[in-house]
Design a protein around this ligand. Structure first.
Ligand code: GDP
Ligand code: MG
Length: 431
């Protein structure tokens, strides 16, 4: 399953493993290689371009961190971008008043009839009562095929001879109400190729049913062909989701990767074999992990977060060294705008209480700092008794006020080593 794209991605990531740092050159060479992988895996060109553009941008933003391998950084970036194009999981919608009606579309051979049975089994395992209704009335054998499948999965089956599609739909609806059916699944006719007449017929059927879900059953073996089909169905008939079948075959994965991004319609389920049990909800995260050959990504994500946090701490410490009265003053102003300090820090362990500023205080502090020389602002430790007297005089305050400010400054500088406070201040834009 997805062997080609998977081994390509592994090779791409391996390129970053051996070197010490993530360099621009490595990124460019790597992406050139990666582009070929995506294209040969039948990824839609628009999607391939988007993935490459975003990976490049994110990788260049990424700083080389000594404690992370470039491969680890690239793995996380690629994983995030794959998830971005794949979207999240999109559960089946359920009508508030049963039955929930689901219509399955698709060209002939895509796996509609088989998937009707699979979906019925999936829903029954959740405790729902499911009715299968064949609407492919012209093709001999189609009705019997669905009947046999419904017997296999032990679902209800509704069909009456000599009815047209529309009267059959009406009867199926009223049968469902009477029999406490939770879900009706309609299997529709599909030709080998899309044609105008078929699309109109399907649209008419859909308008009659007004289903909660209109799902396209699309073979992932068709690659970009299935993406084109999905676009057509979306435009002409309207879709709420896609079921990608034959994912077990030598599907290259490109169709699955492209579907949501190109059509805007999410993949809701995948078919992974001929048996009724070979069916599951589509999970972008596990798909991304699979094609990236990752058993687990959580450990890596945690590690990266930890390393980045440590990096931020280092930067904070550097800032602490540079912390002077100019910075202190601008910080006090921000804190005042945020509505005071004591409420902000009251719940942070390790921070002394009684540290607060109000508007009047800020004005006074400003005057004091403005009466200092450049050198005093940068190196407050040189401010001795006579300097204090000069500053107090110049700012119209007292030596006591100057002392208080210097004490607060010292306290603040001390606190800048506090991890929790740093986090909070970063969040508040103070650092
Ligand atoms: P329909 O014409 O769209 O109704 O397609 P069918 O349901 O009759 O399926 C066509 C063929 O595809 C059958 O041989 C199915 O067993 C096979 N098929 C359907 N889904 C899958 C799948 O997920 N994996 C595999 N390997 N075969 C499938
Ligand atoms: Mg069929």
């Amino acid at each position: 399953m997805f062997e080609k794209i998977s081994s390509g991605i592994r090779e791409f990531l391996d390129r970053f493993g051996r070197r010490g740092l993530l360099t621009k050159r490595d990124i460019e060479d790597g992406l050139e290689f990666f582009k070929k992988i995506l294209i040969s895996s039948d990824v839609n060109i628009k999607v391939a371009k988007e993935i490459l553009r975003r990976v490049k941008k994110e990788a260049e933003k990424e700083k080389s961190l000594k404690s992370l391998l470039p491969q680890e950084q690239m793995t996380k970036i690629l994983y995030d971008e794959l998830i971005r194009v794949l979207g999240k999981t999109y559960p089946l919608k359920i009508s508030s008043i049963p039955p929930t009606e689901i219509i399955l579309f698709g060209i002939q051979g895509s796996g509609k009839t088989t998937t009707s049975g699979k979906l019925a089994l999936y829903l029954q395992k959740k405790g729902y009562r499911v009715l299968l209704v064949p609407l492919d009335l012209k093709r001999p054998g189609a009705i019997d095929q669905l009947r046999e499948i419904s017997e296999k999965v032990e679902s209800k089956f509704f069909f009456e001879e000599n009815e047209n599609v529309y009267s059959l739909i009406k009867k199926a609806k009223s049968f469902s109400k009477k029999n406490g059916i939770d879900f009706i699944i309609y299997d529709t006719p599909g030709r080998l190729h899309i044609d105008k007449e078929m699309m109109q017929e399907l649209k008419d059927i859909k308008d009659e049913i007004k289903p909660k879900e209109s799902l396209l059953v699309a073979s992932s073996l068709l690659g970009q062909g299935s993406v084109d089909i999905a676009l057509e169905f979306k435009r002409k008939v309207g879709l709420t989701g896609i079921i990608a079948t034959k994912v077990d075959g030598d599907s290259k994965g490109g169709a699955i990767l492209s579907m949501k991004f190109v059509t805007g319609v999410p993949i809701k389920f995948i078919g992974t074999g001929e048996k009724m049990e070979d069916f599951s909800e589509f999970d972008p995260e596990s798909f991304a992990r699979r094609i990236m050959g990752l058993g687990d990504i959580k450990g890596l994500i945690k590690k990266i977060e930890r390393v980045k946090e440590e990096e931020r701490e280092k930067i904070t410490l550097k800032k602490r060294e540079r912390f002077d009265l100019n910075l202190f003053l601008s910080q006090m102003e921000t804190i005042e705008k945020m509505g005071g300090f004591s409420s902000l820090i009251s719940h942070i362990p390790g921070i002394p209480t009684g540290f607060n500023v109000d508007e009047k205080e800020i004005k006074r502090m400003k005057a004091i700092v403005q009466s200092m020389t450049k050198q005093e602002r940068r190196h407050p430790e040189i401010i001795d008794g006579s300097r204090k007297r000069r500053i107090a005089l110049g700012s119209g305050t007292s030596v006591n006020d100057v002392n208080k400010l210097l004490k607060n400054f010292k306290m603040m500088k001390q606190m800048m080593g506090n991890k929790n406070l740093n986090k909070m201040m970063r969040r508040g834009g103070l650092l």
